[in-house]
Design a protein around this ligand. Sequence first.
Ligand SMILES: NC(=O)c1ccc[n+]([C@@H]2O[C@H](COP(=O)([O-])OP(=O)(O)OC[C@H]3O[C@@H](n4cnc5c(N)ncnc54)[C@H](OP(=O)(O)O)[C@@H]3O)[C@@H](O)[C@H]2O)c1
Length: 327
Amino acid sequence: MKALQIVKYGAIEDSLAFNEVNKPSIEASDVLIEVRAAAINPIDKSIILGNLQSLIPIPFPSTSAYDVSGIVVEKGAAVNNFEIGDLVYARVPQEQMGTIAEFVAVTAVAVSKKPGNISFEEAASIPLAGLTAMQSLEQAGIKENDKILIHAGSGGVGSLAIQYAKAKGAYVYTTTSTPNVAWVKALGADRVIDYKTEEYKTIVKAADIVFDTLGKNYTAEAFQVVKPGGKVVSVVGPIDEETAKAFGMADYKLPEELANLVSEKKASYKFIFMHPNGAHLETLKTLIEDEKIKPIIDKVYPFKESIAAFTQLASGRTKGKIVIKIG
Ligand SMILES: NC(=O)c1ccc[n+]([C@@H]2O[C@H](COP(=O)([O-])OP(=O)(O)OC[C@H]3O[C@@H](n4cnc5c(N)ncnc54)[C@H](OP(=O)(O)O)[C@@H]3O)[C@@H](O)[C@H]2O)c1
């Protein structure tokens, strides 16, 4: 079968190649998905560039990407919740990475039936970003009438986080640049802050939750706008101590400046590593079928133009998601 593979670390154009590889074989707990569409995320780019070598080392060659939608064409002996012919979507686990290919083997616990009211391309755009949004906001304990700031509302994660937060009944502030203001507002955000012309720190006051999708100075600044006792969740900022311990970094300490901000505000700070989860995708499926969440796609690329898709992703200006049509 054909697959887009990472052949070495480095610049996107130098490190990706279309290779002919063996169709994956399945374990008892796996399904084999005939891929209809894959989606790409910033982590895929970081892996190619070699920026995550110590955290996520990969053998070469490795097929790229984690997001998939497609059709179940084989199932392992221990799989009893999927049948051959089921239309599914998933964020595949690290050890099964490789969705820009004609087939991918995936543990059934990471898979969900695909929402019935959207295309394969739309379904592929959801798993990684949608699970990140959902798991981050649930970690923060989001509830009705919470005031929440979601940074980068036009990004893959932000565009789904806005819709998830609105489905939960929260009041949503979000940041984006001028060309994106109108369509981000249409996603349901209550107050879209144009970071080109407005200063979010003077607009957002005493938020219950800040969802930091930008890192850098934005992580510390979250403590200027969160309420005393509020919650800051980040998918880009420094790892928190509890998460570090779970990853075996027993002596890790939160950077001092951040630790001081957390204690001054009596707030909480949590770094989220999203994780594959078929049951969570079932919840997102329901929200999509109930039209509470709609996929946002910037561009669909044909398989043979996958490398150009990564070049667009690397611009950091994506509106929603970039998808690759395979089948
Ligand atoms: N920890 C985890 O498990 C996890 C999971 C998923 C993602 N992430 C990380 O989360 C980040 C976001 O992911 P993503 O998929 O949403 O990225 P993305 O789709 O590539 O984000 C692009 C968007 O970011 C917006 N943006 C850039 N700078 C901004 C700023 N200063 N203020 C407001 N918006 C800004 C851009 O809008 P404009 O063009 O208008 O600036 C663009 O629409 C990435 O760093 C990713 O690696 C972490």
